[in-house]
Design a protein around this ligand. Structure first.
Ligand SMILES: [Zn+2]
Length: 149
């Protein structure tokens, strides 16, 4: 079974960023009218994540009503209902799949204290942001239920 593609509506931007870092193909449509969200979800075959019950009840979309306003509870709800993704981490900002970046290529592009202490870097080929373990990944793992400790 392939990992479902997701679509977060306007209230769920922070959730969208975390879902991307976890590896979900997630688009975020702030300020989009419901009809545009419905069209995009149908076109791509995405599950809509929303706190808007009329949108979730639209007969043309598969939707999950996100119950909580707390990020941890939102991530847990997605994990329980959708499962964990099989894909590689994606850029939190632009949803592009991250590529590994060699340590030598990271030199000069990350703060010196990071370069000294971190060994594994990833690059977003879409917007050229650099991610590294020790900040993002540990935070992510801390937020993935059933992992760590
Ligand atoms: Zn990016």
């Amino acid at each position: 079974m392939t990992t479902p593609q997701l679509l977060c509506d306007s209230m769920l931007g922070e959730l969208a960023r975390w879902l991307r870092l976890m590896g979900f193909d997630t688009i975020f449509m702030p300020d989009a009218p419901d009809i545009d969200i419905v069209r995009r979800a149908r076109y791509d075959g995405r599950i809509v994540l929303t706190q808007d019950r009329p949108l979730a009840a639209h007969p043309a979309v598969q939707a999950i009503i996100i119950e909580s306003d707390a990020l941890d509870a939102q991530l847990e709800q997605v994990r329980v209902t959708v499962g964990l993704p099989e894909g590689q981490p994606r850029c939190a900002m632009c949803n592009t799949t991250l590529e590994s970046l060699s340590r030598s290529d990271a030199k000069g592009r990350v703060p010196p204290y990071v370069f000294r202490t971190v060994t594994t870097f990833s690059l977003c080929p879409g917007c050229h942001r650099i991610y590294w373990k020790g900040t993002h990944w540990e935070s992510i793992e801390a937020r993935l239920p059933g992992q760590g400790d």
